[in-house]
Design a protein around this ligand. Structure first.
Ligand code: NAP
Length: 211
């Protein structure tokens, strides 16, 4: 029996990597929109452990970011949360994560990494990008109204340089940001309807983002 599997037979899992400090409805809407539009069987949220590009900023402890992600993803049967980056020593590179997931799921699963449009513009600064782009496809999510001309040019350039599959998906409600949520908490403003109720309660219970 042949072990070859055509791309038609492969199933897709989306990987939603992020700092998630904290996770908000923009992230959840992006994950759900990509899942539906690109026919993914599930979305795996992976809170980053020690991201190499955040050297200058103190992140909230990964156990808090992970727990909030679990609370937020809980109500969607297509969402899962993984702790593989949190449990890794040293910097958490996306390449290591994708290699680990490829090994675990095997050839029957195609992995699609979801990221913000601005991050995709910077992807050539990521660790071993040529190897990374050979191992998984990327999805850049944009909020409606985002000027996509630069992004589309970059995608064409990346596609021809690395021979990879890249997607752009518009996501309603993506203009919520974790930075803005942290600022609101610091200033005593409401974060209701920006994060799930469970995440809001968690932020107040553990007094996160007060300073
Ligand atoms: P970031 O630089 O903090 O975020 C850049 C922008 O993208 C922010 O506006 C952010 O919004 C948004 N964003 C982040 N993740 C998103 C997602 N999955 N979907 C939609 N928007 C998203 O990015 P980050 O969260 O630290 O990193 C994103 C992922 O890229 C992580 O898994 C990280 O490990 C990976 N990464 C890897 C490397 C590498 O391997 N060398 C380098 C850079 C990034 P919020 O602030 O509201 O989240």
């Amino acid at each position: 029996m042949s072990t070859f599997q055509s791309s038609e037979e492969r199933i897709r899992y989306a990987i939603m990597g992020g700092t998630f400090d904290p996770i908000h409805f923009g992230h959840l809407a992006a994950a759900e929109t990509v899942r539906e539009k690109l026919n993914c069987q599930k979305v795996i949220f992976i809170p980053s452990g020690n991201p190499p590009h955040k050297k200058g900023r103190v992140l909230t402890d990964s156990i808090h970011r992970y727990t909030m992600t679990v609370l937020a993803a809980n109500s969607n049967p297509y969402f899962e949360v993984s702790n593989i980056e949190m449990n890794r020593n040293g910097y958490s590179y996306t390449l290591d994560t994708i290699k680990e997931l490829n090994k675990y799921y095997g050839k029957k699963v195609e992995l699609l990494f979801i990221t913000g449009a601005d991050a995709l513009l910077e992807i050539e600064t990521w660790h071993k990008v040529d190897e990374l782009l050979r191992l998984c496809s990327f999805v850049a999510v944009t909020r409606p109204g985002y000027d996509k001309s630069k992004l589309e040019q970059k995608l064409l350039y990346l596609q021809s340089k690395y021979n990879v599959e890249l997607h752009i998906v518009d996501v309603p409600g993506l203009n919520i940001s974790s930075t803005d949520i942290r600022k609101r908490v610091r200033e005593g403003a409401s974060i209701r309807y920006l994060v799930s109720d469970a995440v809001e309660q968690y932020v107040f219970k553990y007094e996160l983002y007060r300073e």
